[in-house]
Design a protein around this ligand. Structure first.
Ligand SMILES: Nc1ncnc2c1ncn2[C@@H]1O[C@H](COP(=O)(O)OP(=O)(O)OP(=O)(O)O)[C@@H](O)[C@H]1O
Length: 255
């Protein structure tokens, strides 16, 4: 059984969108520090909503979320910036500046450490440039430092996005369908990178995935959502194919 203090805790969390759609319904669970957690569920089950409440990209309607034992709901200004600094986010579409070099994209992960005018003028410190090289080494892409982002493959672009989040020295990485637009081979390079950072740096990783096969391959634990509710929560050793089929049963969707 996990004994570690949770790095993130959901306590009776509800999210209702302005148009009345229920995003999350009475979600309570803890995420131990260093866990590789995979969230599965049908399209519209609430996976993105769940992830985005952790860095306050989405506000919750009721309940409480704590990160490192602090309720984050009232964070404003500096406290919110610091929260977002310690939580890296990876998106399905990579969100890179396509016409800029890999180096510039990676350095942009450091902007929250600078006054705005410096980053506008591109005055990153030598230490940060070295940090960018190191971040690219971690994702095995250092040879692409001066390549334009849009000249890279999808899997390489996603690894640049991961390197960019490493510039924040994140304690948590949220990845929302990070491999949904990638082929199987590049999918593996991206998932392996996330797993390595989880294991070597102890970064807590929370990934939304459509693929049940990938979830089983990489997760320490799988949670399942259906219609905004937490309907499944098991350590990987106890996860069975039948369980996962159940979560996807509604529309017969499989990996
Ligand atoms: N901004 C919004 N306004 C209103 N409803 C929303 C909004 N964003 C999401 N929803 C709704 O909330 C529910 C949960 O959506 P969410 O995107 O979290 O699901 P998901 O599991 O991530 O789906 P997918 O796998 O398709 O990304 C869905 O019914 C969705 O239509």
């Amino acid at each position: 059984m996990e004994q570690a203090t949770p790095i993130i805790s959901f306590k009776g969390v509800n999210k209702v969108y302005n148009n009345g759609t229920v995003g999350l319904k009475d979600i309570s669970f803890d995420i131990p520090r260093g866990q590789f957690l995979v969230v599965v569920g049908l399209s519209g089950a609430g996976k993105s909503t769940l992830l985005r409440t952790i860095n306050r990209m989405h506000e919750i309607t009721s309940g409480e979320i704590t990160v490192e034992d602090e309720a984050i709901g009232d964070y404003k200004g500096k406290a919110l910036r610091l929260l977002r600094r310690k939580i890296g986010m990876i998106f399905q579409g990579f969100n890179l500046i396509n016409r800029s070099s890999v180096e510039k994209n990676v350095l942009s992960g450091r902007v929250s450490y600078y006054a705005t005018w410096k980053t506008i003028l591109g005055l990153f410190s030598k230490a940060d440039k070295e940090k960018a090289v190191h971040a690219l080494e971690r994702v095995n892409l250092v040879e692409k430092l001066y390549t334009r982002a849009d000249e890279l493959s999808g899997g390489q672009q996603q690894r640049v996005a991961i390197a960019r989040t490493l510039m924040q020295d994140p304690k948590i990485i949220l990845a929302d369908e990070p491999v949904a637009s990638l082929d199987p081979l590049t999918t593996k390079t991206v998932m392996d990178t996330l797993k390595r950072l989880n294991q070597e740096d102890g970064i807590t990783v929370i990934v939304n995935l459509h693929s049940v096969a990938l979830a089983r391959e990489y997760a320490d634990r799988i949670i399942g959502l259906r219609a905004g509710q937490l309907v499944y929560d098991q350590p990987i050793a106890k996860v069975t194919v039948d369980d996962l089929d159940q979560i996807y049963q509604a529309e017969g969707e499989k990996a």
